[in-house]
Design a protein around this ligand. Structure first.
Ligand code: HEM
Length: 516
């Protein structure tokens, strides 16, 4: 039957087999095509999927609010995307849907209460200081080796990754990975470059193959993980490791009984649940692998991009450092050694820079949903169709695939202003929230998604980033290297990882110098 999207404007179809997936998956940098389409067609447009199928892309705030927030479970995750989640994370909260999700989220929520997350601040600060110590060690040896005057060129990617790994280990599971002490941890062998190796520039065959997953019943579909491709082999190695690791964590924490980490709190909440709604043993295990992946390089990669922006904008770096110094003087005067939550919240320039870096660099840059029934998606900003009609709602049929373009929403001029592509943290100091449609959980950005499936760890991550940024800027100055040291690009892997053609793997090289 005729698609309801035929009249919605969108790009030409470059390939019968993979449609505009060709443009999206093989773009040089995240946003190359999303931003172009958004400028051309407005905040909603139609793309072609495999074999001519229509697919809707949305960046309009009211549409996002409707799909992710107000419609409850009427726009579930697309089955192929869910299956990939199941292959990596198992059957935990990210994979679950409908009632299953509601049950898992309810049992997990107490472990993410504001009080619980606040209690992690000293732990975040301790690891922030440990990172300072480690970077100092790098600078000394680097400076001796090449006598730099601007500070040693250090790839921050592994350092942030190891810091956030140690943090989620201890805060999440009461476990010490020792990432900052050791380059090789038990996890690193199965985990390093997992996303770059498995999701960057997939083959056309793989794109077409995955497009069929939606039509395969669940049970046979689970067998795809045994296929002998590079991607699935890497996922299997990782999940085999995690199965054993999770069992060890649960046994240790059960023996200890009173630990304060997220999994221990969750296990205690689960113990008092009605047996019919309790998380099963495997569901608890799978929350561990879920939290390890969802709560580790997500934060680390967001920090990579923030420090890149601070390197590009030294005037903001100085402004924030001065702000931190002023708060530090108050902390010292009252006889404390560490910043409290209130102190961090009283650093408006730092807060604004963090939001602005996240706005420009959402590391989860697209998510996909499917309409569970015929529906009508409302728009905040009307669009003009191919036939010239101006519409303020898009009707969709049951089964319609919908891609949320997080990176486009975060740069929508109607929401963020004419300078939406530019670095301007000031906007968050002057923003009139009453004029925005309320969508994202943090600063009305889409980085953490929104609604019932929004990121459960967003506050954890924001407190963690604030603690690390304050600690690092008090101790170091970060400077962008000259262009001959390689340009950083936003590679379209599963997470938007910074890379450079001059270096293997992920790369965010900045000159790091101690401040007196
Ligand atoms: C800057 C860091 C982070 C970003 C950008 C981020 C982003 C996201 C996004 C976009 C989603 C929705 C995914 C979807 O709908 O397909 C999500 C869900 C989730 N995140 Fe995060 N996340 C971050 C940090 C964390 C942390 C630190 C944790 C845990 C400690 C965490 C745990 C989760 C979980 C469990 C879900 C699934 C929630 C549900 O389905 O109910 N995330 N995150």
């Amino acid at each position: 039957r005729k698609s309801m999207l035929d009249d919605i404007r969108g790009p030409e179809n470059p390939s019968f087999w993979i449609g505009n997936e060709k443009d999206i998956r093989y773009q040089g940098e995240v946003g190359d095509v999303d931003f172009k389409w958004m400028r051309e067609y407005g905040s909603v447009w139609r793309v072609k999927g495999c074999m001519g199928e229509n697919s809707l892309m949305i960046a309009d705030p009211k549409a996002l609010q409707y799909v992710l927030q107000t419609s409850g479970y009427r726009f579930p995750k697309r089955p192929d995307a869910r299956e990939v989640t199941r292959m990596i994370l198992g059957r935990g909260i990210v994979w679950s849907d409908g009632h299953g999700h509601q049950r898992q989220r309810r049992i997990m929520s107490p472990a993410f209460s504001a009080a619980q997350l606040k209690s992690f601040l000293p732990l975040f600060q301790r690891y922030g200081l440990k990172l300072v110590e480690k970077l100092r060690g790098e600078i000394v040896s680097g400076a001796e080796a090449n006598k730099r005057t601007v500070g040693s060129l250090i790839n921050l990617v592994p350092w942030f990754s190891r810091t956030t790994l140690d943090i989620i280990g201890e805060a999440g599971f009461n476990y010490e990975f020792g990432g900052l002490d050791d380059t090789e941890t038990e996890l690193s062998k199965v985990y390093n470059n997992l996303f770059i190796d498995s999701t960057l520039y997939p083959s056309k065959l793989d794109i077409v193959f995955k497009s069929f997953w939606r039509y395969i019943p669940e049970t046979p579909l689970h067998l795809v993980r045994y296929l002998p491709s590079r991607e699935y082999r890497r996922f299997r190695q990782y999940t085999d490791f995690m199965a054993d690791f999770a069992r060890r964590i649960v046994e240790k924490n059960e023996a200890q009984g009173d630990a304060k980490d997220i999994i221990s709190v969750l296990m205690r909440a689960n113990a008092s649940e009605n047996p019919r709604s309790k998380l099963s043993e495997y569901e608890v295990f799978d929350q561990i692998s879920t939290l390890l992946l969802a709560g580790h390089d997500t934060t680390a990669t967001s920090l990579d991009w923030l420090f890149w922006e601070l390197g590009k904008h030294p005037e903001w770096q100085t402004r924030i450092r001065e702000e931190i110094a002023a708060v530090r003087a108050q902390v010292t005067a009252r006889g404390d050694t560490n910043f409290s939550m209130g102190d961090l919240e009283g650093m408006p320039s730092m807060q604004a820079a963090l939001k602005e870096a996240m706005r420009l660099h959402p590391i989860v840059w697209q998510i996909v949903r499917i309409a569970a029934q015929d529906d009508v998606i409302p728009l905040a900003f009307p669009i003009t169709t191919r036939s010239g009609k101006v519409i303020n709602a898009v009707p969709v049929r049951k089964g319609q695939s919908i891609t949320v373009s997080i990176c486009s929403y975060n740069r929508l001029p109607e929401v963020w202003g004419a300078d939406a592509d530019k670095w301007n943290p000031e906007r968050f100091l002057n923003i009139d929230k009453s004029k925005q449609t309320s969508v994202g959980v943090y600063a009305n950005l889409m980085n953490f998604s929104a609604g019932i499936r929004g990121c459960i760890g967003w506050k954890f991550s924001v407190i963690e980033m604030q603690a690390i940024v304050a600690t690092l800027l008090e101790n170091f100055e970060f400077t962008l290297p000259t262009a001959d040291k390689g340009e950083v690009i936003r590679k379209p892997t599963g997470l938007m990882v910074p890379m450079s053609d001059m270096y293997p793997g992920a790369w965010m090289g900045l000159h790091v110098k101690s401040v007196a």
